[in-house]
Write a protein that binds this ligand. Structure first.
Ligand code: G6P
Length: 367
């Protein structure tokens, strides 16, 4: 069927706005809030005794895997290894007997990810796929297929596939945590309750997109942008930088905020914009001191936080954007929305081909 842009200027804008709806579809495909039950396809292994989980993906799907690593470690206490598909397939990773390997792919056709899957199968791992295309090659070659229900994604840069991947991954991590008895019922219930509220909260954020225009206008004029985050926000900083560079062709780097002093700090000079992904979570105070270092060197802080974070740090920021409160475990999904909007509006301002950036492809079936 022919898919149109509706009233949106670009598919990317349309797909950003579809997120509350498709996140809800994906969540309630696996989760029932009435009794807080999670229903997954049958697994060929017992998550309670899983020795190791290997996560492999490419591009934006890789950043979903980075977030998932934190969730599986923190909630389910499973040792997790993560790698980029093009590296994993040429390594000789240690794969324990009875381990599982999870492949995340919107298209289910990325060649490097498919070859990494075969590598893990040869290594005796149970193969789990998380895909947006259940008829894809990666899905067909997997023992267990989990789906995101994002619907067709047309824009080359992934938006709704990423956030639905995160919804599915967090639900999976909570399910494994329950089966392993590795986190308290209260904590896991709080995470799922917050996830249930998330689509509506994102809907609220998407009602006020004009407020991102002035800062995007400023970003469209610069040469370098730095994105910083810690913990669960570190992969979102990486994803933000990836989106900005691929859509607007502005040089952007995503960094773990604590690592700034080992390199990116050298790039700081008067006016360099630094986007801080900083929900009020256990890492907040550390990120706050990084923000002060940025400010002391004349960088312009663009603060993404919630009310208490902005109360604490808003004074030193050139721009602050308040996001709704949510469980810290859920925050990376919520904080994806502002980094999408910043890159979208910056690229739209520059007039680049937002849906089809130069040299990039939607599904990369070559090495
Ligand atoms: C390409 C696309 C990205 C995508 C990546 C992985 O680079 O441009 O948007 O994140 O491939 O694709 P996959 O379909 O495996 O998630």
């Amino acid at each position: 069927a022919l898919i149109g842009k509706g009233n949106y200027r670009h598919f990317m804008e349309k797909e950003i706005h579809e997120q509350p709806e498709v996140m809800g579809y994906t969540l309630f495909h696996y989760y029932r809030s009435a009794d807080r039950s999670i229903a997954l396809p049958d697994l060929p292994f017992d998550p309670a005794s899983l020795p190791k989980l290997t996560i492999v993906a490419a591009g934006t799907s890789f950043y979903a895997g980075m977030v998932a690593k934190y969730w599986f470690e923190t909630l389910a206490r499973i040792p997790v290894e993560i790698d980029i598909a093009s590296e994993f397939r040429y390594r000789n990773p240690v794969m324990p007997e009875g381990g599982a390997a999870l492949f995340i792919s919107q298209s289910g056709e990325s060649l490097d990810t498919l070859m990494a899957l075969r590598h893990a199968r040869d290594g005796g791992q149970h193969i789990v796929a998380l895909v947006n295309q259940p008829e894809s090659t990666i899905a067909r070659e997997s023992d267990v297929v989990l789906e995101t229900l994002a619907g067709p994604e047309i824009c080359v840069a992934s938006t709704k596939a990423f956030t639905t991947q995160l919804v599915a991954l967090l639900t999976l991590a909570v399910d494994f945590a329950r089966r392993r008895g590795s986190a308290s019922k209260e904590q896991l219930d709080a995470v799922m309750d917050s996830l249930v509220h998330l689509p509506a909260q994102i809907g609220e954020v998407l009602k006020e997109t004009e407020k991102w225009l002035p800062v995007s206008h400023e970003l469209s004029k610069v040469r370098d942008v730095l994105y910083l985050g810690r913990g669960l926000s570190y992969p979102i900083a990486m994803e933000g930088a990836l989106k900005l560079k691929e859509l607007s062709y502005i040089h952007a780097e995503g960094y773990a905020a604590g690592e700034m002093k080992h390199g990116p700090i050298a790039l700081l000079e008067e006016g360099v914009p630094v986007i801080m992904v900083a929900p009020m979570d256990p890492w907040f105070e550390k990120v706050a001191s990084n923000a002060m270092e940025v400010r002391a060197r004349g960088g312009r802080v663009i603060l993404l936080s919630d009310r208490s974070g902005i109360n604490r740090l808003g004074d030193l920021a050139t721009w602050s954007f308040e996001l709704p409160e949510c469980d810290p475990m859920v925050a990376p999904i919520l904080y994806t929305i502002p980094v999408q909007l910043l890159s979208y509006f910056t690229a739209a301002e520059k007039g680049t081909d937002v849906d089809q950036p130069r040299n990039l492809a939607k599904s990369v079936t070559v090495e």
